[in-house]
Design a protein around this ligand. Sequence first.
Ligand code: SF4
Ligand code: SF4
Length: 74
Amino acid sequence: MPVIDNTKTQAKSVPYVDVALCHSCRKCIARQACKSKALTQVDPGEPPFVDASRCYGCHACVVECPFGAIIIPR
Ligand code: SF4
Ligand code: SF4
């Protein structure tokens, strides 16, 4: 479990959805946690993706996803 650190440097890392881990939940809980609507799910049967232009790197989605499918790049 990554440590959530909201310093400016940390806040810049935009997470991504690992499609191999994502279960394409009918209602993506992680998506509901995203206040900036950066997690986009085009089709409910498809994994969502992170719109980097909207994401401010809070990592709330990373914590919310029950399958650990949202990854913070190193
Ligand atoms: S990112 Fe997580 S919560 Fe969202 S659809 Fe994929 S597995 Fe489900
Ligand atoms: S890191 Fe924050 S802003 Fe970016 S997609 Fe996740 S919840 Fe949304």
